[in-house]
Structures are given as C-alpha cells and as structure tokens.
Design a protein around this ligand. Structure first.
Ligand SMILES: [Mg+2]
Length: 263
C-alpha cells in the first residue's frame, strides 16, 4: 500500500514544483518514503472527522517541503486533488510553506526549529487529558542546528513524553551546503540516545525498515522516540540526487516527463 502511495506522491510533488517553478523538491523527495509509510500504515487521521480529539497529530517542522504533505492529504481525501495544480499560484489555498488553514494540517511552520517544541506541547497536553494518541514531528537535519530543538529534546526526555515520536530526515544537506561542513551533527544516534530518547537509525527509503521502526517505537514507554532516517536529497530525480541544487532548482519539463514515464 505504501509503495503505491509513494508513486502518487512522487508524481504530484515533481509536477507541483515543476509547474510552479519553485524550490524544495529535494527535501520533499528525501522524506517521500517516510511520509508514504506514515500516512498509509501508521498515523490515525480521518478525513470525515479531521478534528477528532483522539486523532494522531503530525507536524511538518521542515515547513518548506509543504508540497509533499499537501499531496499526502489530498490523496487521503482531506481536500480535492484539483487544489494541487494551484500550488503557490495567486489565490491558492496551498502556499509554499505549510499552512494550518489547509484541511488536515495541524500547524503552520517554515521558520525552522519550532516543530518539535510545538509537538511536545501537544503530546503533554494529550497526556494530561488522557488522550491515548501519538504526536509525530518530522524535522530536517539542518534545523537540528537550532537551540530550540535541543531544548525540546531535553524537556521531552526529562518529562518522559512517550507519546512523542520525532523523525529526522537526515539527508545530509541544508540550504548552504553539507551539514557536516556547517555544524556537524554526528554522531547523531549517540547524541539522541544520551539525551534519553528511544533511538532508531534506519534507511529512510526502505519501507519495511520505516514501518518496523514506527511499530517498535510504540512498544516502549517512559521515553520519547526518535527515528533517524538516512535519506538522499532529491531521490528519484537522477541529476538532483544528493546535490544541493535540489534545494533550489525546480524540476525541468524533461525531468517531470521522465518521472511520469516511470524512468
Ligand atoms: Mg537536510
């Protein structure tokens, strides 16, 4: 199921960014398999009851990759797929950074480093209100440079917020270059573990590994969980894979056609 969903996401985000001639396709493609598994096999959300108090919450902290979440929500029936062709156009309901006015979106982001703290607040509130659901937060590796993210990491571990699951899209590139050259994060697994989180380190493009990590993360109590996903920025567009240009350059018409033909 998640593989088929991934194909729809790929076609949508490449088409949306190509036609709008806009950036951030690279960061959409690095988290595409994570989002595909999460939205088909893990998260409990319902288009018929989008504000159910018992729903799981998802926050896209890397808000500049809004296109992939808009595609996921449209394919889950939260709004019409016709909206996707208006992405970033004048009068659109789908702006370039994710917007909570869009059905199914919990929180607007774009200024990096806030999503984990917000998700932590939601998770604590749910615990106090005896709501047995989970909060999933997707962060980029670049935004792990922010102090607010590390405050949330410490606070969540101290308060044993075990309904909070952070996913790190470790694509090794941020807007000005490679993370290892800007502020090196490694050894990232050891850092999260030392801070008191239940920690996984997986191939972020392998659906069975992603699914297993989500299942396992629910087995442990008294600790928040983090799934570090090793990914490739721009995955699926050959000339963009692992390259900084995928952060900025929209896919060309030829690249879009290749994706549509399944090349
Ligand atoms: Mg990155």
């Amino acid at each position: 199921m998640s593989e088929l969903f991934a194909k729809k996401l790929l076609e949508d985000v490449v088409r949306m960014t190509s036609e709008a001639k806009t950036s951030h396709v690279g960061g959409c493609l690095s988290c595409l398999d994570i989002i595909s598994v999460l939205f088909t096999e893990v998260i409990n959300i319902d288009k018929k009851n989008p504000n159910s108090k018992n729903r799981d919450r998802f926050i896209l902290s890397k808000g500049h990759t809004a296109a992939i979440i808009y595609s996921a929500l449209a394919n889950k029936g939260f709004f019409s797929r016709k909206w996707l062709s208006t992405f970033i156009q004048d009068g659109t309901k789908l702006p370039g950074h994710i917007d909570h006015k869009v059905p199914g979106v919990e929180f607007s982001t774009g200024s990096l480093g806030h999503g984990l703290s917000v998700g932590l607040g939601m998770a604590l509130s749910m615990r106090y209100n005896n709501i047995k659901s989970n909060v999933y937060v997707l962060v980029s590796d670049g935004e792990m440079n922010t102090g607010s993210t590390w405050e949330a990491i410490m606070f969540a571990a101290h308060h044993k917020v075990d309904n909070l699951i952070c996913i790190v899209d470790k694509n090794k590139i941020q807007s000005f270059g490679e993370t290892k050259d800007i502020i090196n994060l490694d050894p990232l697994y050891e850092k999260w573990e030392t801070y008191g989180w239940n920690t996984y380190d997986i191939d972020g493009h392998n659906h069975s590994e992603i699914k297993k990590a989500f299942i396992d993360s629910k087995k442990y109590s008294k600790k928040p969980s983090v799934i570090i996903c090793n990914t490739i920025k721009g995955k699926g567009i050959k000339d963009f894979e692992g390259r900084l240009i995928s952060h900025y350059r929209p896919p060309s018409e030829d690249q879009l056609n290749d994706i549509l033909k399944g090349i």
